[in-house]
Design a protein. Structure first.
Lengths: 146, 167
C-alpha cells in the first residue's frame, strides 16, 4: 500500500521536517563514501585559512538530505523526477539542521500525479542555507493496481 | 596571468564533451553512502525487503551513481570535487588554477532510471558555462558542469548539473 497518494496532498501542505546533527565524523564518512578528499570539510585550520568559517558540510550531502526528506515522505511508490539546490549559506558540525518544504503546485499530467515543491535546509545560526525545488510523481488512487 | 590563461583555455572547451568516465555501482558502496547520509531505507540494502517492492530488488538511492573507476587526482588542498567532479577535474585541470579554493554552489539532478548494484554507468561530462561574480568569498568564478549518466542499455539514467565556485 503506497505511503502517499496524489489525492492525499494539497497545495500549501508542508513536508515532514527531517532533522540532522552533522559531526566531523559524519563529514569524514561522507568524504570516504564519495571520494571527496577536500580538506575544507574536515580540517578546521585549513578551512579557516581559505576564508571559510570552519569545516563546512558538503553541498552534495545537503542535497542528499533533501532527497532523503522527500523519499521518507513519499515512500517507495512515489518518484522524484528532479531536484534543484542552491547552497546560499554554510553549515558546520554541531549545527542543528532542518530539511523542510511545502507543495506549491499540483497537476494530473496524462494520468501521472505530479507535484512541485519548494524545499530548503536551515540551521539555527543563519536560517536558510540551501534553497531548492523538486518535482515529484505520486501514484493516483483510481489508477493504482494493488 | 596563469589564471587568465586557464580561463581562456576553459572557455574554449565550453560544451565540448570530455573523455567519458566509467562508474561502477557496488552494494558495499551503496551501503557506505547511505550510512554517511543517515538514510536507513531498507530498499537500498535489504534484498529480501526490496524484492517485495515494485522495484523487485535493491536499488541505489536517487543521487548515487556508483564510484568512478579512474583514479581521482589528489586535490585535497584545492578543489571540492569528490564523486561527481573527480573525473571532470582530470580532463580540465585548469579549473584548479581559477582560485585558491573551491566550494559547491549548487546541484541540479534529473532522474530517469533506477540504479542497481552491479550496474556500470558511462558518464559524459562537459563544461557548460563560466561566469565571473563578486560575492561573499570575493571574486568568484562559477563553473557549471553537466554530467549525463548512461547505463549499458544506452538509457540516460540521470543528468546532473553542478555549479563549482572557485575563489
Amino acid at each position: 500500500m503506497p505511503k502517499l497518494f496524489y489525492e492525499d496532498v494539497q497545495v500549501g501542505m508542508e513536508i515532514p521536517v527531517l532533522c540532522k546533527h552533522p559531526t566531523t565524523n559524519q563529514l569524514v564518512k561522507w568524504a570516504g563514501a564519495t571520494l571527496d578528499p577536500a580538506r575544507i570539510h574536515y580540517d578546521k585550520d585549513h578551512a579557516q585559512k581559505v576564508g571559510l568559517p570552519g569545516q563546512i558540510v558538503h553541498g552534495l550531502l545537503k542535497c542528499q538530505w533533501l532527497i532523503q526528506m522527500l523519499t521518507d515522505w513519499i515512500g517507495n511508490d512515489g518518484r522524484i523526477r528532479s531536484i534543484k539546490c542552491k547552497y546560499v549559506g554554510m553549515d558546520l558540525p554541531g549545527d542543528t539542521i532542518e530539511c523542510a518544504g511545502k507543495i506549491i503546485e499540483k497537476s494530473n499530467q496524462d494520468g501521472t500525479g505530479c507535484i512541485e515543491c519548494e524545499i530548503w535546509l536551515s540551521n539555527q545560526r543563519q536560517g536558510k542555507t540551501t534553497l531548492g525545488s523538486a518535482i515529484i510523481e505520486l501514484p493516483i488512487k483510481t489508477k493504482y493496481v494493488y | 596571468m596563469q589564471r587568465e590563461a586557464a580561463l581562456q583555455e576553459l572557455k574554449s572547451k565550453i560544451n565540448t564533451i570530455l573523455e567519458p568516465a566509467i562508474y561502477v555501482v557496488e552494494s558495499g558502496a551503496i551501503g557506505r553512502f547511505c550510512e554517511a547520509v543517515g538514510d536507513q531505507n531498507p530498499l537500498y540494502g535489504d534484498e529480501e525487503y526490496a524484492r517485495r517492492t515494485k522495484y523487485l530488488g535493491v536499488i541505489a538511492p536517487p543521487g548515487f551513481y556508483g564510484l568512478p573507476l579512474q583514479q581521482i587526482t589528489d586535490a585535497e588542498d584545492n578543489v571540492d570535487l569528490g564523486i561527481l567532479l573527480g573525473p571532470v577535474f582530470k580532463s580540465l585541470p585548469q579549473i584548479q588554477q581559477l582560485g585558491r579554493s573551491g566550494v559547491n554552489g549548487g546541484t541540479e539532478m534529473e532522474f530517469y532510471h533506477n540504479v542497481r548494484p552491479g550496474d556500470v554507468l558511462l558518464t559524459y561530462h562537459k563544461l557548460t558555462d563560466i561566469t565571473q561574480k563578486q560575492g561573499k568569498l570575493g571574486e568568484m568564478m562559477l563553473c557549471t558542469i553537466e554530467q549525463t549518466f548512461k547505463n549499458k542499455a544506452g538509457q540516460t539514467v540521470a543528468v546532473v548539473r553542478t555549479t563549482l565556485i572557485m575563489y
